[in-house]
Design a protein around this ligand. Structure first.
Ligand SMILES: Cc1cc2nc3c(=O)[nH]c(=O)nc-3n(C[C@H](O)[C@H](O)[C@H](O)COP(=O)(O)OP(=O)(O)OC[C@H]3O[C@@H](n4cnc5c(N)ncnc54)[C@H](O)[C@@H]3O)c2cc1C
Length: 379
């Protein structure tokens, strides 16, 4: 966005693309509409993106909330992250961003308290110095830029582990099925190439059971916690490549400072249960680009000037709050059963909730006493 607006922009990433990224690979309609405005939708449809017809959320006692949007609308999309991220990078290059892959950020360059660029390790043996008027840390949930800024606040209950697998021949009832059983969460989504992304999120205490046997661990956990899905596993074949990652739930006390900003997971990361991290990253990037553009144009990239970004991000804070609320409800079977009964009986309440979870309506549409009372009280 900044390059398109005419700013000389350098993008450093430690990865070489295309690469996989641990993810459920589901996109909300809100994320899709930002991708459309970025001009990458055509390439995504050519290279593989599928609409999700229906999605379901199931609790441990198999109570189920199913959502199918009205005709001509979709509940979301699935896409391999390898495809999505490579297309985004290609688009960045095409609008003039200078991209350097396999370059690892090491530290911020600070002069008189102001960030003036970064030190990073690339091909050369010594650290390279890149000077800039503004640095945007978009280096993911374990952001080193955020840690250098000293603003990271881990969220203790959101320290979890994820194991991401892909399966062939596995049948699903819906395009996306989310299941929860105690502290174990499982997401299964049908991908454009007809494979299934099956992601398990478990407490960090499980790490020793996963080490060296992640595939067997996933199968065991599905048999133990999700018998309806386990019944279908024998028909499927797991692809050999498995990704594991630490889900580092956190927020940042501030997402900007003198000459530096944070975007995407670097700024905040919550449990990925309702699948909207990509929307948060894209929407956050829009807000960051808007503030950055104004600050760069006025020649003032001080903390005071960039603070409007923190204020703008409040719209996302309400959405993070809703994620937490949904996850809390799904993990409490009696409450989940009550909510499912109410939503099934009142389609208007259900539609409104899913419009917000789709990122097509603002969170305020459900985070207000009127909606919550109608949802919880037997009127
Ligand atoms: C298990 C799991 C399932 C998820 N499922 C979904 C889902 O279904 N839908 C959804 O919308 N979201 C989901 N998310 C969240 C989503 O993946 C993230 O929110 C999204 O990828 C954030 O994008 P980002 O650009 O901020 O970070 P990332 O996509 O993590 O990108 C960060 C980039 O920074 C680079 N980098 C990191 N450190 C350095 C360094 N030191 N130097 C240089 N480069 C560096 C990395 O190589 C990477 O390319 C899930 C997350 C997890 C963990």
């Amino acid at each position: 966005m900044l390059a398109e607006a005419g700013w000389e922009t350098l993008l450093l990433d430690r990865a070489r693309f295309p690469r996989d990224k641990p993810c459920g690979e589901f996109l909300t309609p809100g994320a899709a509409s930002i991708l459309q405005s970025l001009g990458v939708w055509g390439r995504l449809t050519e290279q593989g993106i599928s609409p999700v017809d229906r999605l379901s959320i199931r609790s441990a006692n198999r109570f189920r909330l199913e959502h199918a949007p009205e005709e001509n609308l979709t509940a979301g999309w699935t896409v391999r992250r390898r495809t999505l991220d490579a297309i985004l990078l290609e688009q960045a290059r095409s609008v003039g961003v200078e991209v350097r892959e396999a370059v690892v950020f090491r530290s911020l360059i600070r002069e008189s308290g102001q960030v003036r660029g970064v030190l990073a390790a690339g091909k050369c043996a010594s650290l390279c110095e890149w000077r800039s008027r503004l640095v945007i840390g978009a280096d993911g949930a374990r952001s080193k830029v955020a840690r250098e800024m000293g603003v990271v606040k881990p969220i203790r209950r959101l320290q979890r582990l994820a194991v991401v697998t892909h399966w062939r021949g596995l049948e699903l009832d819906c395009g996306l099925e989310m299941r929860s059983s105690g502290s174990v969460v499982c997401g299964a989504g049908r991908l454009p190439d007809h494979s299934v992304n099956l992601t398990l999120v478990v407490p960090t205490g499980e790490s020793r059971k996963i080490a060296g046997r992640a595939g067997d661990y996933v199968t065991e956990m599905i048999y133990r916690h999700f018998p309806d899905l386990a019944a279908r596993l024998p028909d499927g074949q797991r692809e050999p490549e498995i990704q594991t990652t630490h889900c580092f739930g956190h927020y940042c006390r501030r997402t900007s400072d003198d000459g530096v900003m944070l975007a995407g997971d670097a700024a905040a990361f919550v449990d990925p249960f309702t699948g909207e991290g990509v929307f948060f990253a894209l929407r956050g990037a829009e807000l960051a680009a808007r503030t950055a553009y104004q600050a760069l144009t006025s020649g003032d990239v001080s903390a005071v000037s960039l603070a409007s970004y923190d204020r703008a991000r409040r719209e996302l804070m309400r959405r993070y709050l809703l994620c937490g609320l949904v996850q809390g409800i799904v993990r409490t079977p009696t409450l989940f059963n009550l909510v499912v009964r109410r939503l099934n009986r009142h389609p208007a309440l259900q539609d409104r909730l899913f419009q917000v979870l789709s990122d097509t309506e603002p969170p305020g549409r459900v985070l207000h006493p009127g909606y919550l009372l109608r949802l919880l009280l037997p009127i």
